[in-house]
Design a protein around this ligand. Structure first.
Ligand code: HEC
Length: 302
């Protein structure tokens, strides 16, 4: 019997060792769940990448139509489908397309995809974002080719756009975590508020000398309010709390509710601005308060 026990003990030990040996894997799996949760947060902070979700279609499957001065482009499938989405891309390729607008075959993406904005996104946030994108259900939906209608597009518009943007080849390693620098980071590098709220020059590049000063005819022909601190034509009369609350709920101080594209980015798709922490919404509001007030009356269409 003693002999038999002696033989069992090493076996038990082996099992115990095996279990202990699995612990690091369990820890790894947890870390990646954390990474995905972090990526979902970043995804929400962009407004839910809603341009990649067409009305009534599965999230991230693309196909939303954008008409520009150049012609028509359809957003891409960014689900992990291996054939029609980004499932077969490496992390590096996804990051490069997101922040530099270069596809793996060297093709340039149109800046309808806001890479001049995402160019400033921190490496750790990009990495988490990729982990999240890979975690959602793959959808098989082939991308539609763009239709360029303007002959001068590639010789005039695209270079002007690219000149308005000096890409950083390497992303900043980490993002500011609190206060005005955090707010600036979210507004400029993640939430892309300027893509809608900043007026554009004749070439359609954002006019960064009038950052966030509004646009009577912005994306999808919607009126984009002036959100600089000008008291009469901007949001100078809103308190930090009112701005932060609006980003979380869509409720305006005057009782109105966010509509149109603003309603979309607040609600998001799989996540949106509404999922930002109170701390981050306050940081955004505090940053907006530091901007130069610009007088620019935007008529509200109704
Ligand atoms: C996809 C386009 C888009 C993006 C991105 C966007 N907005 Fe807006 N925003 C709008 C539109 C459209 C309205 C007008 C909504 C309405 O009339 O109900 C609006 C309204 C607002 C208002 C209300 C202004 C007023 O006078 O009523 C504030 C404040 C605001 N946005 C702040 C922001 C901030 C801060 C960000 C970035 C964190 C942001 N927006 C990103 C499109 C956008």
């Amino acid at each position: 019997m003693g002999f038999a026990r002696a033989r069992v003990t090493p076996f038990v030990c082996a099992v115990v060792v095996a279990l202990v040996g699995f612990r690091p894997d369990v820890a790894l799996a947890q870390a990646s769940q954390q990474e995905i949760a972090r990526g979902r947060y970043v995804f929400g902070a962009t407004g839910g990448c809603g341009c990649h979700t067409a009305k009534g279609q599965p999230a991230n499957a693309g196909g939303r139509r954008y008409d520009g001065p150049f012609g028509t482009v359809y957003s891409s499938n960014i689900t992990p489908d291996r054939e029609t989405g980004i499932g077969s891309w490496t992390d590096e390729q996804i990051v490069t397309a997101t922040r530099l607008g270069r596809r793996s075959n060297g093709e340039r993406l149109l800046p309808v995809h806001p890479y001049p904005v995402f160019n400033g996104m921190a490496a750790e946030d990009l990495k988490a974002l990729v982990a999240f994108l890979r975690s959602v259900p793959p959808v098989k939906r082939a991308n539609q080719p763009k239709r360029i209608a303007v002959p001068l597009f590639e010789s005039v518009f695209l270079p002007a756009w690219l000149a308005a943007f000096a890409p950083r080849e390497t992303p900043p390693p980490s993002a500011p975590t609190a206060g005005v620098p955090r707010g600036e980071y979210l507004v400029r590098a993640v939430a892309h508020c300027g893509e809608c709220h900043t007026p554009r020059t004749l070439t359609m590049a954002t006019d960064n000398s009038r950052f966030l000063a509004g646009n009577p005819k912005g994306p999808e022909d919607q009126a984009m309010p002036n959100i600089t601190p000008d008291p009469d034509t901007g949001i100078g009369k809103w308190t930090v709390e009112q701005i932060a609350d609006y980003l979380g709920t869509g409720n305006k101080p005057d009782g109105d509710v966010a509509g149109g594209l603003m309603g979309e980015v607040i609600d998001g798709t799989l996540a949106g601005y509404k999922d930002l922490t109170q701390g981050d919404r306050v940081a955004i509001a505090q940053y907006l308060k530091t901007l130069p007030p610009i007088r620019n009356k935007i008529a509200k269409e109704k």
